[in-house]
Ligand binder design. Sequence first.
Ligand SMILES: Nc1ncnc2c1ncn2[C@@H]1O[C@H](COP(=O)(O)OP(=O)(O)O)[C@@H](O)[C@H]1O
Ligand SMILES: [Mg+2]
Length: 258
Amino acid sequence: MAEPVIVCKGLSKIYDTLEGGTVRALDRIALEIREGELLAVVGPSGCGKSTLLKIFAGLLPKSEGEVSLRGTPVAGPRRDIGVVFQDAVMLPWRTVLDNAMLPADVQDLDRAAYLPRALALLDLVGLKGFEGKYPFELSGGMQQRVAITRALVHDPAVLLMDEPFGALDAMTREQMNLELQRIWLESRKTVLFITHSIPEAVFLGDRVVVMTPRPGRIAEVIEVGHPRPRSLEIMATPEFGRRTAHIRQLLNAGGAID
Ligand SMILES: Nc1ncnc2c1ncn2[C@@H]1O[C@H](COP(=O)(O)OP(=O)(O)O)[C@@H](O)[C@H]1O
Ligand SMILES: [Mg+2]
């Protein structure tokens, strides 16, 4: 099997609080993200999901343990990752294309070399014809498509997504789940997808990491065997129901309410 893209061992995070105390947000997390997989992480609000993602991205220092990306320890912000957050942060004065090109501009990369890639990615995410539009002209789902394009434009080793569809209405969210699956099937990027929705995690994930409430630990890692492409109809199958019920049980056992 190929070398995992991200490996973490004994990873803990302890925050200092403003009151002078400490909060243990992550407790001895051991996890591997395999090359080309879509790994979903599900857990209740406050269990440390965003903390985990920020540490993987090099945006936050860890307290204990080891994290490496493609065999190199993560010690600060890295160029070879792409991140999508819940709110698609767009620069309002830039067009869709220029927002997508932002990493190339910020990292001072050769614009001409990245332009064809940005255009191809906008096509891939279903935004062909919208290149010259401005963010205010786009729906929330379309803005997240731009955010995905932007996160992929510099061809990162891994795409880290923190509840990327959490702010969308239920129907748009389902459509974006289908879209993400399609984008992933075509690009075969390694993806870490964080969510607090159990069905979303089971629908999207090759594996689902279930986290306990704070301090975040891994309760179980579940292999999801559904073949792809998966349609939304699988959510009505007994197998899907059994999986989501099992995860809900794990979360409830940990004292969490979904
Ligand atoms: N900068 C911070 N200082 C202190 N505590 C924090 C900070 N950031 C997050 N926390 C705490 O750490 C825990 C995990 O937060 P977070 O990673 O945002 O959880 P999640 O993304 O799963 O909702 C929460 O209890 C939160 O209040
Ligand atoms: Mg979060």
